[in-house]
Design a protein. Sequence first.
Length: 99
Amino acid sequence: MSDVNCPYCNAGVEICHDDGYGYEEDGLFEQSCPQCEKNFAFTTTIIFHYYARKADCLNEGEHNYEKTKTYSPEFARLRCGQCGDEIPLSTEHRDEVKA
């Protein structure tokens, strides 16, 4: 997978992000093309994508709590699969874990 095409030879170039290099938005960075061996400059733009889904529990529906898979099991919590809300395990659930 290439991050960018070389502006000289159009070869796909994977940007080297060692130690976070090249992640600063709108900074000016340089990279060399392994194909033509020329240096070029690049900037970084960060784009966020959001994915919406229904969460009936946020609209007067019931939360769908499930026990988290946690190691050690006694540290598990209850998490809603629709909205991500977490609550501590009730005493009866905690006793089930210890048994």
